[in-house]
Design a protein around this ligand. Structure first.
Ligand code: GTP
Length: 420
């Protein structure tokens, strides 16, 4: 056997239909998964914050109820006078009661603070002052929020303005008119001169957000994990179903169509169309890599006589046997092309003219020595041409044909080479 190598097999698409289907499925799943996870994350966080706000609203309502109870039920029994009972002051009662609640619900805080308080421990500081000033700047505002980050986590502070009514001025109007007990307990320095409707302070409810947000994030991670499992299972099922129901039949049909479009129906050799396409690609590849390329033109001698003597069917069988013998003698299964009736061509990359001629000679001897079944002894002629700079497939083919005609002209059953 010779060392020549026949043409490269035709190039396949970079990705198979199956691989493309998997890629599209995977991309679709990733997009759907990311969008649904992002939407879920947003809604879980929003839900957690709404829960925090509901908690703060409930706490504020509790404080308001305590104030009201103090004002309506306690104050009439213990009106400010010579002796001051702080328990009868709404702000004191609310602060005190809510501080008891804080013992069982740590971090849930309530504070009534003022810029100019009667009780110095109720003096607003830092962001509390900012909230009060915000209410002062916008008298229509009835609620303001502030988020803070502390050692125990993030907190949401919800504030409502404290605006004195006529009742409040009994203690917080002029210091001279204030009850003696109040002056005696807190002095004359703070908590006087308030005016009806002006913002003097704020009720502030503080609620932790960290726990609720962490719970929302944990729920999100659980969902992400479960979704991943569901998406992966769905991917596998869809992949299987589509592969069996759609891709497999398409691949079978397309490979059949490819065979029909690129092979000669009688001999199974690659057809003229393949020769043109693959020949051009091969020339470009050999030019780029600098590899040799030779073209072998083959033709059965006096083939017409086979048809005329034994019939067209035997002629077909001879063509098939001719192809099989060539393929068996070469390394590759592709690379032999039927370019005409009983004319064939072979593209031999990495073969110089001597190697190609030697291969042709092996074939020639083999044909000559071994009779064809049904048709007896037959010979073939060969023309060899090597790829030259500036060659196209057509010019290369022309030279190989010329060499073949020279072989025919010289009596057939021989190999002729044309180098330039
Ligand atoms: N059985 C069969 N014959 C074919 C087929 N295609 C072409 N032929 C015949 O091949 C013969 C080719 O004849 P020619 O071109 O005269 O060539 P030849 O007889 O081989 O003579 P040389 O090539 O000069 O040696 C014709 O008789 C065609 O009818 C085919 O597919 N099957």
């Amino acid at each position: 056997m010779t060392g020549v190598e026949m043409a490269f097999p035709p190039k396949r698409p970079l990705m198979s239909t199956r691989a493309r289907l998997n890629l599209y499925l995977a991309i679709t799943f990733v997009i759907v998964f990311c969008i649904s996870s992002a939407v879920l994350y947003r809604s879980l966080i929003d839900g957690a914050m709404q829960q925090v706000r509901r908690d703060s609203a409930l706490q504020m309502e509790m404080a308001m109820a305590i104030r009201r109870y103090t004002m309506e039920d306690v104050r009439p029994l213990l009106p400010p006078g010579e002796v001051l009972h702080p328990q009868s002051i709404p702000a004191f009662a609310a602060n005190r009661t809510m501080s008891l609640l804080e013992e069982v619900r740590p971090q849930y805080r309530y504070a009534e603070v003022a810029i100019n308080p009667t009780n110095p421990s109720n003096r607003a500081a830092g962001w509390q002052v900012d909230l009060i000033n915000a209410f002062r700047n916008e008298p229509d505002k009835i609620e303001a929020t502030h988020l803070s980050e502390g050692p125990s986590g993030a907190m949401l502070h919800v504030a409502r303005p404290v605006r004195p009514t006529a009742d409040c001025l009994a203690c917080h109007g002029a210091a001279a008119a204030a009850p003696a007990g109040l002056l005696q307990r807190y002095g004359r320095t703070g908590g006087f001169g308030w005016k009806i409707g002006e913002t003097v302070g704020a009720q502030i409810v503080s609620v932790p957000t960290t726990n609720a947000l962490n719970a929302a994030r944990e729920a999100w991670w659980r969902h992400v994990g479960a979704s991943l499992v569901v998406f992966a299972a769905l991917f596998l099922v869809l992949n299987r179903v589509l592969s069996r129901a759609v891709i497999a039949p398409i691949e079978t049909r397309s490979s059949t169509w490819r065979e029909l479009a690129t092979r000669d129906a009688v001999t199974g050799a690659r057809n003229r169309r393949s020769f043109d396409e693959e020949g051009r690609a091969l020339i470009a590849a050999c030019r780029e890599s600098g590899a040799d390329l030779t073209l072998l033109a083959l033709d059965i001698d006096h083939f017409k006589r086979v048809n005329d003597t034994f019939g067209h069917d035997v002629g077909d069988a001879v063509l098939c046997e001719f192809v099989q013998r060539i393929l068996q003698a070469s390394k590759r299964r592709d690379g032999l092309y039927r370019t005409g009736g009983e004319e064939f061509a072979m593209l031999l990359p990495h073969s110089d003219i001597d190697a190609a001629a030697a291969f042709a000679e092996v074939l020639r001897r083999q044909f000559e020595a071994t009779p064809f079944s049904g048709a007896g002894r037959l010979t073939a002629s060969f023309g060899v041409a090597v790829l030259l700079p500036g060659d196209t497939l057509e010019t290369l083919m022309k030279r190989a044909d010329r060499a073949l005609y020279e072989a025919k002209g010289a009596g057939r059953n021989q190999v002729r080479c044309i180098v330039s």
